[in-house]
Ligand binder design. Structure first.
Ligand code: PDD
Length: 278
């Protein structure tokens, strides 16, 4: 595999990150994930815009101008001959002697790699997933896409122990989002509901794209909080992310959703999203 690292492409076994990298030692780094289907990047402009925003929120310098990052992605994909999968990018604040307080003006570290996978062809897309419902363990700036992911790693490990495929998290009696996805329900009258963007969740690119598609096709979309008590009565549930696309959810915690199979609104959104991507 060819890795992009600080301006050059190198073979994976030759790629080296310094031990004193702040991303490695302190989680002081930002990342993005873009999906590829059939040789096309999906929602990449949204991912690049969010990368820029996350970096600026934590005052890490842009490693290169956005248009050059986009060109790098194209070259990375070409070198790895990837048609389906994900492109991962990570920007660390930089390298210096370990210290919580960073020096000003560090040179950011920038890496990117590809992970080939047929995202639209797997059992979860077809049959849906069962998500556990756990308290949200994260900090108060979840709108920033940082590599500080230990909270999400822990809840996903717990979910596997408890016999679930994935996790939705909650706070103050309401769903925040998935451990690595945006959470949606569909009410009995067919309204698609998801939590409004705030510092409590990551503003999902797939979420934004799917909501726009739904609205454009005359479906009702409502941004409001999802109370835990209402989950047992919903018609459908699904989650969205770059790597999961639109993924049906057939169980949330102890509640089976609908008939326990993906519902018609979810199926329609899956098709609309894949059609728009191609
Ligand atoms: N995760 N919320 C969280 C906490 C996420 O980690 C993600 C994505 C999303 C969905 O965002 P988007 O639609 O822009 O991918 C929501 C990526 C896929 C990851 O960490 O691998």
């Amino acid at each position: 595999r060819q890795i992009f690292l600080n301006g050059t492409f190198v073979a994976e076994h030759e790629a080296r990150v310094p031990v004193m990298d702040r991303g490695l030692l302190l989680g002081d780094a930002i990342y993005e994930v873009t999906a590829m289907l059939d040789g096309r990047m999906i929602d990449n402009d949204l991912h690049l815009a969010r990368l820029q925003r996350s970096l600026s929120e934590v005052e890490i310098a842009m490693p290169m101008p956005l248009d050059q990052i986009a060109k790098m992605q194209v070259e990375l994909v070409r070198r790895n001959a990837m048609r389906d999968g994900t492109i991962y990018m990570q920007v660390s604040r930089g390298v210096e002697e370990r210290n919580f307080l960073p020096s000003a003006g560090l040179k950011p570290g920038f890496l990117a790699f590809t992970q080939p996978k047929k995202l639209d062809e797997n059992p979860a897309q077809e049959h849906g997933v069962q998500v556990a419902l756990y308290p949200d363990p994260r900090w108060d700036r979840r709108d920033i896409k940082t590599v500080m992911l230990l909270g999400q790693v822990r809840v996903k490990q717990q979910a596997r122990l408890d016999g679930f495929d994935d996790v939705w998290m909650f706070e103050d009696g309401c769903v925040t989002e998935g451990a690595s996805s945006s959470a949606f329900i569909v009410t009995q009258d067919g309204t698609i509901v998801t939590r409004p963007n705030s510092t409590a969740i990551l503003p999902g690119c797939t979420r934004q794209s799917v909501m726009a598609l739904a609205t454009a096709h005359g479906m009702r979309v409502e941004e409001r909080e999802i109370a835990l008590e209402e989950i047992s009565g919903v018609a459908e549930a699904f989650l969205t992310s770059a790597s999961s696309l639109v993924q049906p959810v057939v169980r949330v915690g102890q509640d089976r959703i609908g008939d326990g199979v993906p519902g018609p609104v979810t199926r329609r959104l899956q098709h609309l999203y894949l059609d728009a991507a191609r």
